[in-house]
Design a protein around this ligand. Sequence first.
Ligand code: FES
Length: 505
Amino acid sequence: MNRDAFTTTPWQDGFNIRIPEKATVNAPFDVIIIGAGITGITTGLQLQQAGKKCLILEAHTVCFGTSAATTAHLNTVLDTTYPELIKKFGANNALLIAQGARKAIQLIRNHIGQYQIDCDFEEKTGYLYARNEKEDSELEKILEGMLTVGIDAAPSFTTPVPIPFTTAIRFPDQAQFHPLKYLSALIDQFLEAGGTIREATMVEQVEEKDGLQEVSSTTGQYRATDIVYATHIPPGVNLLHFRCAPYRSYVLGIRLEDDSYPDALAYDLEEPYHYFRTARHQGAPLLIAGGCDHKTGHEDNTEQVFRELEAYARTYFRIHSLPYRWSSQYYEPADGLPYIGLLPGNNDHVYVATGYSGNGMIFGTLAGRILSDLITGHYSPYADLLAPSRIKPVAGFANFIKENADVVKHFIGDRLSVKSLDVFAALGPGEGSVIQYDGESIAAYKDEQGKLFTLDPVCPHAGCLVQWNNAERSWDCPCHGSRFDVNGSVLNGPAQKALQPLGGV
Ligand code: FES
């Protein structure tokens, strides 16, 4: 299977999801869902089974984005800690989020039971550990917050990873699975229930016409009553682009010399944190170790980030081989909670789900439930709390200013910081860089045969300059996370148009 990057994840290796060709009828759909990852597929299945006629449009192939690159931790202990949630949103709302995480795992469990899905689902215990005094006191507060919102947790004198720690806690009822095996089965159910999926369909515009939403795309026009953007971040330039910051996380798939594979999910408290689990892959255990996150387009040498993660893993594990390494994208919300509901600045028929932090499997599943409730006119306890239009000046202010200042800096400052012409000649095979040539900024990539591809580095979304990601061989935009391949084609939105080619040399 393909995904939005150069590296291969264990999930996509040797795995394919084929969508049967089906003529798309001309009559309007009830709901068009844009994006076929966990959010789009779960939402589509929920709605189709609720009697709505759904069409899922996917710009590439199903699960092309982060759903093929997640590490698939199913956890109720989220990236935004419960003490933070209690402080920003109140204990009742924090409780609601904890229940939502549990509901998401339960919905996945139900699907697996109901449809007999063989997706390597396993219940696991989670561990969180501190490594110094400051983290000890942070962990103590986290434990207190977890107990306040009803999550079963207790101090632990052990952890499942051979990494020194000072204090630790353990929490049962977590889980893990193979995301593509699970989503492939959900797609089958969606199609069987009468849903339609069209791949290789890039949506270019959505506008209201005669009381319907008209979608113009590269494969034609489609109409529906309601639209859902399940594209990570919606296209266009709207409020959410200033309330979500794109990040990349790095992962290694490791075979060990010995048997010290953790039989649990484990996380440290560093900034950014490291995370571990074990998958059963091709008949043998595979340690999945992640971390070293950074903002998209903010790292000059992403290969070096992999080397740092590998060095970290080698400090504690006896590595036999490293068959997989990959990175993937997620969006950090300004106030710590995702945005799920009506897309601000649009009519009452355009929905969105984004800003999941590192909890995409949980919030993508919960979003399916929430969006389906909202669209079918049912009550959702999450409608106000997660509304994308929510104003949380106190809760989100510090982060909002930080992320926003960064966006502004990139809007005005990038053209001054590009590298010199020397780099143009010095580009090695497989390397890319934004260089200055004749007073112009050029995104230049040299392939393995020495052919040079040059693109206008101005991101068509809102005009920032893209940056080269050498590990994934993509052009990444530091402002809102759009990504492009070496030919300029869109890998991730919000950009809907390609980088403009300047010709080959
Ligand atoms: Fe917004 Fe590039 S993603 S300017």
